[in-house]
Design a protein around this ligand. Structure first.
Ligand code: GSH
Length: 218
């Protein structure tokens, strides 16, 4: 399998954490797509992922899987023993819902802020920007942090009693928040304590360390 990604990006981090959690790193080869040069918007890449985003998993039979959620579900199912996406219908439903919510309310909102209200990937890539929309999404992300703080006051993990893909999605959000310098509000103590716990997992610690260079993310 190949993974087309950008090593320090917050979305690619989600798949890299999932790979490490499933101990699958040795089964994939990473191919870097240069976001700053806009390689992800070129026809050659769009043929792999119409949405023009990373990461993309390329299977040995030539199938391309985009979207972190879809890729994580695929990787988690490979060994027949899912640990990230749920075993029972209830677990699967809750994990999917909370992961989607983490995208909508946190990670994707920060991404919109980055692309719309900051220099983003630079003028050659950010050909349309709407700063007002970007700031609106930034504020939405801060509300999302308060929402997840409330969730984590009542349960140890984002989707309940066990670590899951939903935690990974919130981690992606906080990685991106760090990169755009959007701090978790001090009063969100449960969210901060949960993140501290997440950083003790090797899969997360290694990824966060990798996403910290001074260069801006995607
Ligand atoms: N919904 C997608 C979003 C992926 C995404 O936005 N990836 C970033 C990389 S960190 C990207 O490709 N950004 C470039 C752009 O939007 O121009 C997913 O979950 O995989």
């Amino acid at each position: 399998m190949k993974i087309h990604d950008w090593p320090t990006g917050p979305y690619p981090a989600r798949v890299r954490i999932a790979l490490a959690e499933k101990n699958l790193q040795s089964r994939v080869r990473f191919v870097t797509v240069d976001l700053r040069r806009g390689e992800h918007k070129k026809p050659e890449f769009l043929a792999k992922n119409y949405s023009g985003t990373l990461p993309v998993l390329e299977l040995d039979d030539g199938t391309f899987l985009a979207e972190c959620t879809a890729i994580t579900e695929y990787l988690d199912a490979l060994d027949g023993a899912p640990t990230l996406t749920g075993r029972t219908p209830r677990e699967k439903g809750l994990i999917h819902m909370m992961s989607k919510r983490a995208e909508l309310e946190l990670l994707d909102a920060i991404s919109v802020y980055f692309h719309q209200a900051t220099p983003g990937l630079g003028p050659d890539v950010e050909i349309y920007q709407n700063a007002e929309w970007g700031f609106h999404q930034r504020d939405k992300a801060v509300r999302g942090m308060h929402y997840f703080d409330g969730i984590l006051k009542t349960q140890p993990f984002v989707a309940g009693e066990a670590f899951s893909m939903a935690d990974i999605t919130v981690i992606g959000g906080l990685i991106f928040a760090g990169l755009v310098k959007l701090p978790v509000p001090a009063e969100c103590e449960a969210l901060q304590a949960w993140y501290k716990g997440m950083l003790e997992r090797p899969s997360v610690r290694d990824r966060v360390a990798m996403s910290e260079p001074t260069g801006a993310p995607a």
